[in-house]
Design a protein around this ligand. Structure first.
Ligand code: IFM
Length: 446
């Protein structure tokens, strides 16, 4: 079986570098009837939203199987588990705490602690309560304050019991995919909508940070952003300019406000009518000092000057080699973007909070020989190693995902797990990538 190998002197080969696995609530929990409805429940019921017409009602039945799942996590010898809390499971409509819901996460965290595993909690991984969406969702400034109440409530209960709190997972996906191009819940469209949602999410991050800090002195508090590094199709001036715009529009829009308290220059290219509603003092709230930043990386994209129908840039189809979801495998871009961010901003310690690949896995004789996924991890772990060697302060790496799960608009059709899930029986089987990951993690030096 293929192995994961890194130089002996690499920081990643030492026990001090943290390794983990990650999931999110809607993607694995199921247990739809023990929580309030969320925007993904509604979105999945609409025509032509989810490729295979599945939803997260059952998913991996993690709500029932969480103890076995914790044993599985422990069997991987990881240091940490990154998961998200479902807002509609822990908060009642009137803003009070749902005791059963919060109790689930308290037990989960206790179970992790007993097994010597650190908890990396995310407060918002896309499952906005539907009743809040009914009042405008992220287009309504009031949602910012609902989020701060929710963050306050959760932190008041979990306090110092977790290693870290991330306010949001991937503001780009919630805002751009959900409110600008409408391929994710709640399926709204328009530049103004997308930019407004992004601004409110960033603002909610700022207020959320403040609320969490009142309940913990020990836990690290920050945010998780996804990055898709942008490369020009040619070295023509036009392609370079378009690439810079794309980079600002899809990446830095969600990062620059956190550190510099303003939007990138591409903001000025938007028509007044498309700009987000910014109020005095917003940026001061958004750019709170953070203890860490989580970076999620999967692939890169290439760009050229806008063609007819484009506004700022033209985005190209992914190049081969591609994973099963059609994303180019290009590890160098992970090193490149980490260096770019490190040069552009005064970064706190960095965690790679998601990295992984959907592959066309086959369960044969109780085994999944996912050599392609092991190669993907090998390339990307080396990319992290190279970024550290070039001076980026990276403290940990989380494989996405612990197990196959509900992959949003792709439904159950795409498998990102290092553990295979048979959705008919809910039987979990370690893929070869899980075994390679475990072997590498267990062999690290003190
Ligand atoms: O499954 C998602 C996850 O929820 C957020 N980051 C990207 C993953 C793969 O698409």
């Amino acid at each position: 079986m293929q192995k994961l190998t890194l130089p002996d002197n690499s920081k990643l080969s030492k026990k001090r570098f943290l390794f983990g696995v990650a999931t999110s609530s809607y993607q694995i929990e199921g247990g739809v009837h023990s929580r309030l409805p969320c925007i993904w429940d509604t979105f999945c019921k609409k025509e032509n939203t989810i490729i295979d017409k599945t939803n997260g009602d059952i998913a991996c039945e993690h709500i029932q199987r969480w103890e076995q799942d914790l044993d599985l996590i422990a069997s991987l010898c990881v240091d940490a588990y990154r998961f998200s809390i479902a807002w509609p499971r822990v908060m009642n409509k009137d803003g009070s705490i749902n005791e059963t819901g919060i109790g689930f996460y308290e037990a989960l965290i206790e179970g992790l602690t007993e097994r010597g595993i650190k908890s990396f909690v995310t407060l918002y991984h896309w499952d906005l309560p539907q009743h809040i969406e009914d009042s405008g969702g992220w287009l309504n400034r009031n949602t910012v304050f609902r989020f701060a109440e929710y963050a306050n409530a959760v932190a008041s209960r979990l306090g110092n019991s977790v290693e870290s709190y991330a306010t949001f997972n991937e503001p780009f996906c919630s805002a751009f995919l959900g409110y600008e191009i409408g391929v994710h819940a709640p399926g709204k469209k328009g530049v103004k909508n997308g930019r407004t949602a992004a601004h409110h999410i960033l603002l909610a991050h700022g207020y959320g940070m403040k609320a969490i800090r009142t309940h913990t002195q020990k836990a690290k508090v920050g945010i998780v952003v996804n990055v898709t590094p942008c490369y020009p199709r040619s070295n023509s001036n036009e392609d370079e300019i378009a690439t810079t715009r794309a980079n600002e529009y899809i990446n830095h829009w969600y990062i620059k406000p956190l550190f510099d308290g303003c939007y990138p220059d591409v903001f000025n290219l938007l028509d007044e009518s498309e700009r987000p509603p910014i109020e005095d003092g917003d940026f001061a709230v958004i750019c709170q000092p953070m203890d860490f930043i989580g970076i999620n990386y999967y692939t890169r994209l290439t760009y050229s000057a806008p063609l007819e129908g484009d506004t700022l840039y033209h985005e190209h189809e992914a190049n081969p080699p591609k994973t099963d979801i059609g994303w180019e495998v290009y590890p160098q871009a992970l090193t490149d973007i980490l260096l770019e961010l490190n040069n552009a901003y005064d970064l706190p310690p960095v965690y790679i909070t998601e990295n992984g690949a959907a592959m066309a896995d086959k369960l044969i004789n109780n085994k999944v020989d996912d050599a392609d996924r092991i190669s993907y991890f090998q390339g990307h772990l080396m990319a992290v190693h190279n970024a550290i060697e070039s001076g980026v302060d990276i403290r940990g790496y989380f494989a996405w995902s612990l197990m196959d799960n509900f992959e949003w608009a792709e439904g159950l059709s795409k498998r990102f797990g290092i553990i295979y899930v048979d959705y008919n029986t809910q039987v979990r089987t370690l893929k070869n990538s899980a075994i390679a990951y475990r072997t590498f993690i267990s062999n690290r030096a003190e």
